[in-house]
Write a protein of this length. Sequence first.
Length: 609
Amino acid sequence: MDGSFRQLCQAQSRRLLLLMAVTLALVVAVQYFELPYTKVFTSLYGTTKNGSFPTGRSSSKSWMVDNVTLSNGFHSKHTENGAEVSNIGEQTVRGNESDNHISSNTSSVLENGDNVVNGPAPDGASEQQNVTKDHNPSYGSGSFVDHLAPSAFPPMDSQSVPRDTKLRSSNSSMNTSPAPAPAPADVYLKGKKGSEKPKHKSKMQPKVVVSISEMNDLLLQSLASPHAGASTWSSNVQQEVISAKSQIMHALDTKDDSGLYPSLYRNVSMFKRSYELMESMLKVYIYKEGEKPIFHQGILEGIYASEGWFIKLMEANKRFVTEDPEKAHLFFLPFSSRLLELTLYVPKSHSRSNLIEYMRNYVDTIAAKHPFWNRSNGSDHFVVACHDWAPAETRGHLLNSIRALCNADIEVGFTIGKDVSLPETYVLSAKDPLKTKGGNPTSERHILAFFAGQIHGYVRPILLNHWGKDPDMKIFGPMPQIKGNKNYINHMKSSKFCICARGFEVNSPRVVEAIFYECVPVIISDNFVPPFFEILNWESFAVFVLEKDIPNLKSILVSISEERYMEMHKRVKMVQQHFLWHSEPVKYDLFHMILHSIWYTRVFQVRTA
């Protein structure tokens, strides 16, 4: 009897131990898939007092990133609008990973991502500005000297330098190891919902607020004193650039038959001459290095379409592209920041470290193989990147190059006079990028102001709270999904002013959408440098409202006279030609304007005797 009892107890003990082992294994497995890698074991066993693991091994996240196996591309590919694009799911290709101003039946993935590798932006104060000012009289058609008035904006001290500029010196020694190839799609992508993005903490207001008038001062300073990283090597190409700068600075007054509307520009004569010189002399060398899908292609629909269209049209161009790098004024690194994220971002890792490292290795490869990067420290090289993470992906070596970025945020390192603000364009159809263009005449615009979209970040909740119930304005969260986004588009076409409020980041496709639908943009996004800032006089056709002035938004808008509104609306229609994609580029269109801004920045980087 006693023996049987002991055997029963032993059997019960074995079952209990087995049950505990299975339970522990399940807990570990669940946490492995639900938590970032470094939290798997710390959540079970805790950490030491200094926050390190009880064992001597490095964190799981670092190990996963460092030891990931990369291949030469996606396993599955298809042709998307004439370009070979990875099979990333229809919703992702079309840009529906963002709010796109409509609600979705699938789980929402945020429109914007914070630009630091991990963590939100700091909070801060804001400043007053005159939002009804027409334009600075000094930005007429006068000489270049008129642009160089002394600036009232003091130089930043070490405490206010944007975070991006404090990170890694572009003069640091380069690692010449070859860049890794892209990872398999099935490792990083998750079905039709597209890739996942790091979760965001609610961002606070920026510490330093640079108003539009202060941005103007910074631009004048940059023109008077070229960027410190500009090339100093001597060559025939460099002399051509110096000659172009002189011709632009001393441009003759433009006659009215130019087809350009002078009030839209800081100096229409300088712009016209610069554009003519670009057409007649600019040569761009495109590096052949880099594997698809990250390099040499992009997505042509959705909110990140700008980089895809530019890469496509630049690589097909015969006028500007040269096969001889010795003749090149500019060198293009043709990567897609969106496809970089879709290919390499590790879901739920909450880290972009491997994306940053990938681009660093790519530049190392270019520098080791060619002499052109090292002779100028990359200052005559450029990238065109629209994803919100691009400022982080282009740190290190690339920080010295010309970065055309949709996320043109001064607080995270965008440098006026060195970087270029890239328009974020929401393309509905790659086959017809001009589909739905245009809007109602002013007599049929009965809505004072319109906004709709996901309530991201700290600005939009304030906007909705103050003006969501105002009868004269239509301020919404996500609008019901209707095929072709017709409800949203019809509201834009029927509104006098279209609110372009920042989300988690400063950039929004609404800025270009407003122009596309002939609605006066109202930009509520502190520290956002608007597209083509070095050329366009934005205050002549758009309204800038500081985030802190959202409670006064209606009074600001109604204080704009009917006469002034009519003039702004006319200017929006005139400037529209600069924000349109064409399958075959045309003069002054979006492709040419992006290229011109890069060319103009390159020209004014050079130092003259």
